[in-house]
Design a protein around this ligand. Sequence first.
Ligand code: SF4
Ligand code: SF4
Length: 342
Amino acid sequence: MARLFQDPAALGLCLAELLGRIAVGIRKQLSKKFGSKGVQVVEDNVRVIRRGFDEVIAVEPAAGDVADEPGKVPRMPILLDSPNAEQGPGNPGRFWEQVCSLCQMGQDGIADPFAAISAIPAATGAVRDMSGVRLEVPDFIATKCTGCGQCWTQCPDSAIPGLVNSIEDVLTAAIDASVNGLRMERIRPIAKHWAQAARKVIDQNPATPIADVWTLSYRAVSEKLGWDTERKAAAEPEFQAVNARLVEFPLARTKPFYDAVESKSKGMGGLLSITINPEACKGCNLCVEVCPDGALESARQDDALPPARGGMVNPLQLSNFRRNRFHGTIGSGNTFTEVCSP
Ligand code: SF4
Ligand code: SF4
């Protein structure tokens, strides 16, 4: 080996051989991953990687290069804010300071030494915006979901959180999100009764799609409360506004999170929602592949970002990701907080 390093020609040949093998391996992997999308996609990716290798340049940091104008300072997302985390490569605060915050400010930071050895904290994919580079996003079909947890445990980017919420929380959040000039003075006081009636509909007829449960249970409650025609008519606009929010948001009644919980503790079962973080999802479709029930389908990303049925309509402030993940869809905050695991 020492002799090899003393012979530049031999060393050059060895390196060329090594690089050739690496190139073959990379092409093989890219073909495996993107081959089904066509030769052009594989070739484009090969070209990008080749350019990355060929166009490496040394960066000499120079004093005074950085503009001093005040700018927007990015806030650390709650996802990475772990003050008690151990120091070292896996420390999310360090990664935020050295990598993510620079990305958020549009700066091209110096390559992170830990990332170079593939050592980065968990869940950091959730703070990247992949919306401009993906072609597809998963669409959640709630009626097929069994709550197996495969999708959110296998997503490489922590981009598809599964959440379980009580029916009361769902209704309260939907009412809060639907105010828009309405006072909700007729609907809000009956939210608890409405939730009980919804649970009754679900229990009596498990096959009822959750989207239909809201209307059935609301009508049952207004009857039970003895509302006359006038009162029903006055409450109707409020109900319609809330119901519109509810039906557009896919929720699943599942064995692990509803039936099993209900059988142990009546009234405690929750509805599962699978949402897509519109920025973090890179459209790899792994979740679609691992879903055993066909409850996730790959949808072409169009100009609307992301598809409304995926759950998060508006790109979120990542700093509020955990707390306000439902903002803009069904609720505005901390009623939807329970990150579930099977
Ligand atoms: S497509 Fe890939 S990145 Fe997006 S949610 Fe599914 S597994 Fe995660
Ligand atoms: S969407 Fe599919 S993988 Fe995810 S919990 Fe539901 S059934 Fe399981």
